[in-house]
Unconditional design. Sequence first.
Length: 301
Amino acid sequence: MNFAMLARNADLYSHQRLREAAEERGHSLEIIDTLRCYMNIATRRPEIYYNGEKLPLYDAVIPRIGASVTFYGLAVLRQFEMMGVFPMNESVAIERSRDKLRSMQLLARSGIGLPVTTFAHDPKQTDEVIKLAGGTPVVIKLLEGTQGIGVVLADTDRSAKSVIEAFRGAGVNILVQEFIKEAGGTDIRALVVDGKVVATMQRKGAEGEFRSNLHRGGSAQAIRITPEERSTAVRAAKAMGLNVCGVDMLRSNHGPVVMEVNSSPGLEGVEKATGIDIAGKIITFLEKKARPNATRTRGKG
């Protein structure tokens, strides 16, 4: 089979591992710089060009679209879908997961455990928003933030109001969430592939850091999760419509709560922590499911 990967940096661990896994199984995988693609949006003849040449019809496309290029990356992925190429994750599902507010609303509709989350536009409602989130300490998140950037822990009412009003003054949208103190600065990432949890790790933040992101100095180790946590991860992936994703959860006093569903999870941390060949499982999924015009939404927004 011939696969394409949409990615800005071909040298990243995750991208190289996916290429290796594909080639080990006798497939080819071409890594395509997302921003260097351009498209001919024509009736019944959608085409994508790259480096001056029309791209062939691949068996599947693996979108590894960075958050900073989401808009253009999804436009390219939709074009592949219109051409009948099978996507590892569909454009509509990725778009849902990248919108923190929409993803929280979809998870809540599906009855999946979440931290108490509030959202408002008017800065005059700051006191009410903090109260709805259960009072301080609260976690304040930019809707557009990634890898722990734009996430602030406010310990007091005064600091929470100052941060919220500062963000409001800058014209950016934020979520205010309850702080799950009992998680102790750790979270769980469950890797879901084709409706099954294939690997799990626990991440712990660096000393004095409440965020557990590995990019911020956190550490990771393999962990066994409970049946309830496993079910939560699978249902979260289904609610987003994602075939492959990382589901980040906290252990709260009232059960697992989902913090985020990541449509382009990094493989390095979880593969090294667990010793599991995640890249191989993703390629196996594509072998089983990739076929022309099998996209449920067919590129429709």
